[in-house]
Design a protein around this ligand. Sequence first.
Ligand code: SF4
Length: 411
Amino acid sequence: MDVPDHNTINRFRSGRLKGVLKEVFSTIVKFLVTEGLVSLDRVYTDGTKIESSANRYTFVWGKSISTRISKIAEQLNELWAYAESVTKQELMEETPLLAEDISADKVAQVVDRIDEALRDVDCDKKVKQKVKRVKKAWPEQLKRYEQQEQILDGRGSYSKTDPDATFMRMKEDHMLNGQLKPAFNVQISTNEQFISNYTLHATTADTTTYTEHIEEFKPLYGFYPKESICDAGYGSEENYLYARGKGIKTFIKYNYFHKEQTKKWRTDPFRSSNFYYNSTLNCFYCPMGQPMRFIGRRKQYTKTGFEQEIHIYQAIRCQGCPLRSLCHKSKANRRIEVNHRLNKLKAEEKEKLLSPQGLVHRSQRPQDVEATFGNLKNNKNFKRFLCKGKNKVEVEFGLLAIAHNIAKVAS
Ligand code: SF4
């Protein structure tokens, strides 16, 4: 009846399993494949946010850091202008600092210069006192902000007690309000409710996690899945193109997929997606039958840096049109912006989703992947991680995924 000490379990979990658990996990999944219980050809992917063990009130916000830096730059420039006005001389050849290129060293240098200039001048004592005070405080604050920005690494926030955890809006709490809590976005792929892949992410939106998640599948099994089924949270131009590039057949809904099927949407003559497009002339026709000419294009970038090309079309003359009040509110002629590549991808996806195979996948998806999350979060009551740090949390979830798969075989 010997019982292992909790430290032994913890050392095993954070030391021995580090870097090898994914291999153990995939070995078990491969065994399940040979037993005919799971197929790796088709994966149902979804994500959920699981709360980190970090303290809920220890947040650091990226936006508040940049606001504080801008305020320091603003106050520094004011002190600079004041010093120049009372000394009646230019303090340095260079202009004062801009918020974008502010640093602890630069601020220390500029404050020193202001302090030196004001030393023997008869001026406002309060300003002199402020210069003395900020001489030490601002460089220290900026050093701290630099460190915090390094930890943020492009994220919007992090928790002081687990810097790998990001504050995310959770679906539930005791008051049934969405609450911001430190969490990880856990993505899983399932087949027959067995987990075949899992990854942890710091971004809230599922769209941004798809490529990284599917990319992890190949090193585990040596190939990509043949079919990928997801909900509308994953439908983006980048994800569609990525999957096609890897030879994966997708059944991924996009925003408005369901709305598009409604009669109201399909029969609305003023909705730009219902306008007739003449590809030879590259123009649309508005409800009055007037051509909307191509007037230019612009590039835009998604959060992941993916480039999208937007084509702009404009009606020639809306003035005096009897349909104007129903058509648009702009004072100028109506403009529409179209992403042709995305529209083509969405049309292809729609055809697949409405096919008999697509209907089967769409009804299977919630039963497969969402039910798996339901089992983990509600039946197994796994709603919060016990460990801190992404590596440890990854091991913790890996163990849970293995346990889920084994329990499923047993049941
Ligand atoms: S308002 Fe302009 S774009 Fe709309 S139907 Fe009339 S002419 Fe066409």
